[in-house]
Design a protein around this ligand. Structure first.
Ligand SMILES: [Fe+2]
Ligand SMILES: [Fe+2]
Length: 185
């Protein structure tokens, strides 16, 4: 698989985790106690697999090459928009963790902040991934020269083949399957 195909496959795992997060919120609304471990594991996945691993490949490899090689202003602002959405996602997750801490400390009202940050995060990332899957990735490949696309593949493969990343990818893709069972989907 080339870099784009691999990143699209990573999106499938991220989207499954977004469904886990949504179901965990529905479970709270239906009266279940907040499953801290499930939320903590979801945040671990989001921060380390979706953000540190997947988003950094976009930011440091594909989008970086697009910014360096493509002059068109509309494309550059579309790429910039992706960076901004990654940052908004980080803010939602930061606030989600704060809300989890508050609820765990006895502030039951903060349950609304768990849901109020988790659901907008799932909405943001779902639309973000759709844009990448259906427009931006393919546009990038078409606009870049064959040589640069090959460089993107090589740089991405270097990241994917690091022993610590091979272990992490295995850990987090297994985690998705486990969390789906735990949340009841
Ligand atoms: Fe992205
Ligand atoms: Fe992505």
């Amino acid at each position: 698989m080339n870099a784009i195909q691999i990143m699209k496959e990573e999106h499938t795992y991220i989207k499954r985790m977004l469904k886990v997060l949504r179901q965990a919120c529905l479970n709270i609304l239906e009266g279940q106690t907040v499953d801290y471990q499930l939320f903590t594991d979801s945040v671990d996945f989001i921060r380390n697999y979706a953000d540190k691993y997947h988003h950094s490949k976009e930011e440091d490899v594909l989008f970086k090459k697009m910014q360096e090689e493509i002059q068109d202003k509309d494309t550059l602002s579309a790429v910039q928009g992706m960076f901004i959405e990654h940052d908004f996602g980080r803010l939602f997750i930061y606030n989600l963790v704060k809300a989890l801490d508050k609820v765990q400390a006895g502030d039951a009202d903060a349950k609304v902040d768990i849901i109020g940050n988790a659901i907008p995060y799932t909405d943001l990332l779902t639309r973000h991934i759709d844009k990448e899957d259906n427009a931006l990735y393919d546009f990038g490949v078409k606009a870049l020269s064959d040589q640069i696309v090959e460089e993107v593949d090589i740089l991405s493969k270097t990241i994917d083949d690091k022993p610590e990343n091979i272990k992490q990818i295995q850990k987090y893709t297994n985690m998705v399957v486990d969390l789906e069972k735990r949340v009841g989907i």
